[in-house]
Design a protein around this ligand. Structure first.
Ligand code: ADP
Length: 352
């Protein structure tokens, strides 16, 4: 797969503060890439470096293999969509969308054709004559997208594009963005702090922490094979047990030895996700790991229940997902005893 953009050893300092620390990452032709991480980890700064709004202190930005580090933003075939959509309030949707092509002095016939096409793709044709203040948040968002897409950039950068929308609309727009990106075959790089959003939209995700990339991979790779405790914690939910790995097992104080896919030795974190643990009223056979605890809380959430269990000597409650459609569900009683069981292949061993 061809790389459109390559970032090589990017360092960014704001005064003495290192905002980005030796980051190298590639964005591939036609992929939907997400820069994900907690607030302040350097996502926006990295996006701005790609756009050319910020110069890296050290490192290189290559586009189609050519060094772009000193090419100004307006000369890069890259477009950026900001969270504040910055539409012209006195212009109609159509005028907003055609503005960039008029500035580029394209022939009127071509402008007309391209505007018609992009309004269709973004489902805005019926609103072409409206002003931005006559549109909903989601529609304004689509106008901003249409305005960026009509320039046919090699890469579209989106900084928290759905940040201003409510949950329902956000979820609809996530799919919409994915559809547009796929249909147009463009490379999208999106910044988000919302892991669910990244999982839904992105082909690949770079999870960042304090100016560095912790792991790059598909949603499934990050979820199923997290490279660190930080990744396992940030992507989805999980249960952690700190322990010491030895001889293919992890010794956890007060719990005994947990079986997992253990190659490491020394201090590790043992991680098992809520959906891999099963509940039983009697100690089951056929599981690698069985521990008994006490039910402290049960939270209903539509697809099932989250059962929170206190295990001997463990500071954190363990969360177990109890699906609504189980064949032979265990009886869960608040304050009652319960067995938790899971297999070693479903646990992950993370270095501490
Ligand atoms: P994110 O997008 O992940 O929230 P940013 O890239 O915006 O993170 O910021 C990374 C870090 O750099 C933060 O600690 C932020 O306070 C700092 N920072 C961002 N822009 C500037 C600036 N212009 N001057 C000084 N510090 C900045």
């Amino acid at each position: 797969m061809t790389n459109v953009i390559q970032l090589k050893n990017i360092l960014l300092k704001y005064g003495n503060y290192t905002a980005i620390d030796s980051v190298s990452v590639d964005f591939r032709e036609g992929e939907f890439f997400a820069l994900l991480g907690p607030s302040g980890c350097g996502k926006s700064s990295l996006l701005r470096i790609v756009a050319g709004f910020v110069d890296p202190t050290e490192g290189e930005v290559l586009l189609d293999g050519k060094d772009m580090t000193n090419v100004p933003a307006r000369l890069r075939p890259i477009n950026m969509m900001f969270q504040s959509y910055a539409l012209f309030p006195h212009m109609s949707v159509e005028q907003n969308v055609r503005y960039g092509l008029e500035m580029a002095k394209l022939p009127e016939a071509e402008i007309k054709a391209r505007v018609g096409e992009i309004l269709e793709t973004t489902h805005l044709s019926s609103m072409a004559r409206r002003r931005p203040n006559q549109l909903s948040g989601g529609q304004r968002q689509r106008v901003a997208l249409a305005r960026a897409l009509i320039m046919r950039p090699r890469v579209l950068l989106l900084d928290e594009p759905l940040g201003a929308l409510d949950k329902k609309l956000r979820e609809a727009m996530q799919l919409e963005l994915k559809r547009l990106q796929h249909e147009m075959g463009l490379t999208f790089v999106v910044v988000t702090h919302d892991q669910e959003e990244a999982l839904v939209m992105a082909d690949r995700i770079a999870l960042m922490k304090a100016g560095r990339i912790e792991q790059v991979g598909s949603a499934a790779e990050l979820y199923e094979r997290p490279a660190s405790r930080f990744v396992a914690d940030f992507i989805g939910r999980t249960n952690f047990f700190d322990g010491v790995a030895n001889d293919g097992k992890v010794g956890v104080q007060h719990l005994g030895e947990l079986i997992g896919d253990v190659e490491a030795a020394g201090p590790v974190t043992y991680s098992v996700r809520p959906e891999w643990i099963r509940l039983f009223n009697r100690r089951p056979v056929d599981y690698d790991n069985c521990v008994e605890g006490v039910v402290e809380e049960v939270n209903y959430h539509g697809q099932g229940e989250n059962v929170m269990v206190r295990l001997p000597g463990q500071p954190q409650l363990v969360t177990v997902l109890k699906p609504a459609n189980e064949m032979t569900p265990a009886t869960v009683v608040h304050g009652g005893k319960i067995w938790l069981a899971w297999n070693g292949r479903d646990a992950r061993i993370l270095s501490r």
